[in-house]
Design a protein around this ligand. Structure first.
Ligand code: CU
Length: 114
């Protein structure tokens, strides 16, 4: 009785590990995580304010407001973007990159690169 229970728990642990392995593989190849993402600057906000991309991916910032904006972080800067202008930024390394607009410092966002 005790042996059966032990063996049962053991195989359950192994199959759980196998399922987790399959899940992480699925997450790795999942196409929903696009390599190129877009952040809109609209109504004095970044949308989405937080975005996750894979390592080596890009984020295109596009200004939909009448006033100029920037997306300025420690490691990158779009420079001034006027209405309808856009700038693509590449993120070759993993990490979390916060940024703001130099003209409207309450405008903040974050790019998470995994
Ligand atoms: Cu701005």
């Amino acid at each position: 009785m005790t042996q059966v229970t032990t063996r049962g728990a053991g195989s359950g642990w192994w199959s759980r590990r196998r399922i987790l392995g399959a899940l992480s593989l699925a997450a790795f190849v999942r196409p929903a995580r696009a390599e190129g993402a877009t952040v809109e600057m609209q109504q004095l906000k970044f949308a989405p304010a937080e975005i996750e991309i894979p390592m080596g991916g890009t984020v295109t910032f596009v200004n939909l407001d009448l006033v100029p904006h920037t997306a300025t972080g420690e490691d990158f800067d779009t420079g001034t973007l006027r209405k309808e202008e856009r700038k693509e930024i590449a993120f070759p390394a993993a990490g979390e990159f916060t940024y703001l607009c130099k003209f409207h410092r309450h405008m903040t966002g974050r790019v998470i690169v995994r």
